[in-house]
Write a new protein. Sequence first.
Length: 83
Amino acid sequence: MVANEKETTNHIFTHCEIFQQWREDAGNQLDAIRERLTGMDVTEIEQTKFLLKAKCFYTDDPELWPLVESHYHLGHVPKFDRC
């Protein structure tokens, strides 16, 4: 844990060690989404594309996020064409 880390929403939702397990749990739920997509007659290629795009939410990538950091927690969506 980094002392004196600024507790911004971005830090909490993408970097904070305290919430790391929650972020991992959310990522693990993607497997459940894959199962649901399979039951909806979605091709494996489409499933893979969808899940890769979902993972983009958890990263701070200036190529994806116009404001340089992830803001999914504010309801924003990254530039999916770059995922």
